[in-house]
Design a protein around this ligand. Structure first.
Ligand code: ATP
Length: 508
């Protein structure tokens, strides 16, 4: 017996190993050594990712009257990206180590002067992590010991490399070599992937893989207004792949170079209370994450400081998630004013306005943008669902049970159908019949091999919420079968009708 337990503190190694072992995620092009920053979703992973995407689409678009969906092309006219500011400014600060040839994002490379008796004796550096400050302090103590400098060491004051003065950079050690002198000053690195459209390979044929899906909504704004019977406030949503040539893809699927985004642009009147609308969307997104099983305790909010916002932005709040590698951005909710539509109106010469019946005036609507990565939700859901617990079987033996406590909404398989014995035709026949019926609407798995306990464990590890076992009572008595709950491991008898009722209620 077991009772539901809190999520285990899980390491990324454990999650990556589970993903590979059970077919959730593989490295892209693995047989050729892999390609850094690219991943493939396997049979279970693609089901689960589709479930996350479908839940979002259903709740965000289909179940609301004020939001419509689109699917714009990945490669758009290059002028889109000039107007949006991406060609000029979609950059990350890049730092090279000239000796090791490693590249770093300057805002993820931290350093601190080693100050002894009020004098700077040298510098230490460390890459961004949960323990950057502790690592830098330890490095500073080590520095003092190695150089045998006497005196009082001041507590380190970490800064990132974008904040380094030009004369400090040659003194900061490279994380790759541990020695100073090889780091270059940060420079802007544009993250857009370029390609060519058509047979010519010259500057006139350059196009870009989109770095976000959002511009599709702005560029199609007028088309939707003219055809979609929408009235302010209303939203346009889309789900699709985005591409960023990240300098340091890392933390598995958290930061990759090809990823999926689910974005929505919510257009409001220029005089509307944007702050209230922004807050409402933050809460909607938070509640939605909880509805697909993310624990509230792992979620927090981060308001971007006003000083760091783009000039047009009124406010940005990120919903943060407690990943095994630290608290990181999961979902950004930005109040973008009317910047994007205005930019496209100017660049295309086509007004992007709406007519206000009340004032008989035209204006450019403002927008609230909740933008999230499907892959980041996927990783958050897996990490939060992973539990290892000690259980005792009927014979009194204790073993470790690995269970993914995924919400039934996103679990890749909803029900496993298990005949008690595989060599009894009547049991197998009934199990097959039920399995085929469930499969018309829900993902199901049929398993007849091995002891029943082993079959339960296999389903626990992939997060299947329910197992039904067809036994002799099913075929000889009342037709009911055993329903076993993944989290409590409790079993009860249930009719086919009740099973479908349960699925309808829980999988939506
Ligand atoms: P970060 O600061 O982590 O690079 P960002 O602020 O640049 O992210 P946005 O441009 O706001 O991200 O993109 C919206 C969402 O898309 C993010 O909140 C995140 O969920 C997702 N996302 C962005 N970049 C990546 C990536 N490289 N890999 C996976 N998901 C990503």
């Amino acid at each position: 017996m077991s009772t539901p337990s809190a999520p285990t503190e899980v390491s990324m190694e454990t999650i990556v190993a589970l993903c590979k072992r059970r077919g959730f995620i593989f490295q892209s092009s693995e047989i050729y050594g892999g390609l850094n920053g690219f991943f493939d979703y396997g049979p279970l992973g693609s089901e689960m990712k589709k479930n996350i995407r479908d839940c979002w689409w259903n709740d965000m678009v289909r179940r609301r009257d004020d939001i419509v969906g689109i699917e714009s092309s990945i490669i758009m006219h290059p002028k889109v990206w000039h107007a949006s500011g991406h060609v000029a400014g979609f950059t990350d600060p890049l730092v090279d180590c000239k000796v090791s040839k490693q590249r770093y994002r300057a805002d993820q490379l931290f350093f601190a002067p080693v100050v002894i008796d009020g004098k700077t004796a040298g510098y230490v550096s460390a890459l961004e992590s949960e323990s950057t400050a502790t690592e830098l302090q330890a490095a500073a103590e080590n520095f003092k010991r190695k150089k045998a400098i006497q005196g009082a060491l001041a507590p380190v004051e970490p800064r990132d490399l974008t904040e380094a003065q030009p004369d400090e950079i040659p003194q900061i050690p490279s994380p790759a070599t541990g020695e100073p002198g090889s780091l270059t000053p940060p420079r802007a690195f544009n993250m857009m992937f370029e390609t060519y459209v058509g047979a010519l390979r010259d500057a006139s044929a350059v196009a870009y893989l989109r770095p976000e899906t959002a511009q599709g909504m702005f560029v199609d704004f007028k088309n939707v207004v003219d055809t979609g019977r929408v009235k302010l406030p209303f939203g346009i949503a889309q789900v699709g792949k985005s591409f960023r040539n990240e300098i340091t893809p890392r933390n598995f699927i958290f930061r990759s170079r090809e990823f999926e985004q689910m974005e929505m642009e919510y257009f409001i009147h220029e005089d509307a209370d944007w702050s209230k609308c922004h807050k409402d969307w933050i809460e909607w997104c938070r509640q939605w994450l909880i509805s697909i099983g993310l624990p509230e305790s792992h979620l927090s909010l981060y308001d971007h400081p006003k000083a760091k916002l783009s000039f047009y932005s009124k406010g940005t709040t990120d919903i943060m998630f407690k990943y095994p590698f630290g608290v990181q951005e999961l979902w950004g909710i930005a109040a973008r004013g009317n910047y994007d539509l205005t930019q496209h109106a100017e660049a295309s010469g086509k007004p992007q306005e709406i007519f206000d019946e009340a004032t008989k005036k035209k204006f450019v609507p403002h927008v609230i943008e909740p933008a999230v990565g499907t892959d980041r939700i996927f990783l958050a859901a897996l990490c939060a669902a992973y539990v290892e617990e000690q259980v005792t079987d009927e014979k009194g033996n204790t073993e470790t049970r690995i269970v993914l406590r995924l919400s039934p909404r996103i679990a890749p398989v909803k029900v496993a159908v298990l005949p008690l014995l595989k060599n009894k035709e009547a049991l197998v026949g009934r199990a097959q019949e039920l399995y085929k019926k469930i499969k018309r609407k829900y993902t199901a798995f049929y398993d007849e091999s091995g002891a029943i306990g082993r079959r339960y464990r296999r389903q626990d590890e992939i997060g299947t919420p329910w197992c039904v076992t067809i036994d002799f009572d099913t075929i000889e008595k009342d037709g009911t079968f055993t329903l076993r709950d993944r989290d409590t491991m409790q079993q009860k008898r249930i009719t086919e009708d009740d099973l479908f009722k349960l699925l309808d209620e829980q999988v939506y």
